[in-house]
Write a protein that binds this ligand. Sequence first.
Ligand code: GLP
Length: 258
Amino acid sequence: MYVGGKLREPIMITRIYEDYRRLSTNTAREIMRVVLEKPDAVLCLATGETPLGAYAEFVRQAKMQRIDISGIRFVALDEWVGIPPSNPGSCHYFLHRHLFQPLQVEPRQIHLFDGMATDLQDVCTRMDAHLSELGGIDFLLVGIGVNGHIGFNEPGVSFDRSAHVAELAPETRATAQKYFQGETVLEKGFTLGIRQIMDARTVILMANGARKTDIIQAAIEQPVSESVPASVLQQHPNSLFFLDAVAAAQLQDSSRKA
Ligand code: GLP
């Protein structure tokens, strides 16, 4: 298969954990592994409810073991257009609150999308340039939307795209209200594109709970399709699906459930 200019064989691994706590602990261990193995790694860590437990555990471990993360670089996966960084629902706020502040990450280590920019294309162009300068992503942790989106790569997205502004799908706008304190108008989102996601050296997709059961089955076991963007990870040379037992409940291939 052809990915990012190189011929590589897809390897997709599914790991199913009994509950959210074990899922989170094991995900945190993977983040820790990258940071220890590559002290200047480029990390792209999703926001959302799913990875909260993993981030709390990673922060706890990193502090306890006094891990030096001063060389790690962080890039954003996505951001809501028009939502300021002071809004607790913004990806900016989330990353600072759950990772950057507790880990004392310095601004020079961070490159996020500017949700308040007026020139949206310029934000995307600068993200593409920054990522190229860094040499791409070493470790990407993504969640999955109930409609199969990753980042804000919504159903129907072209797999060739790099950073871009997406029109948010109706399910995304509705589901995302949970991140905000009051009813919030959400129309567009910045996102890394599938091309950049596929170029990441390692990708972990994390999912838990009953809301994700059906879409996880589609993403892992249905043919790769732009209508379920997460399914593209079946073609990634090094992708892992980290699931709790509930999210994995509809998987047909019983060997995955070992
Ligand atoms: C959101 C974000 C994604 C996130 C996904 C799942 O809309 N754009 O980056 O991973 O949907 O969110 P959650 O973990 O809250 O279910």
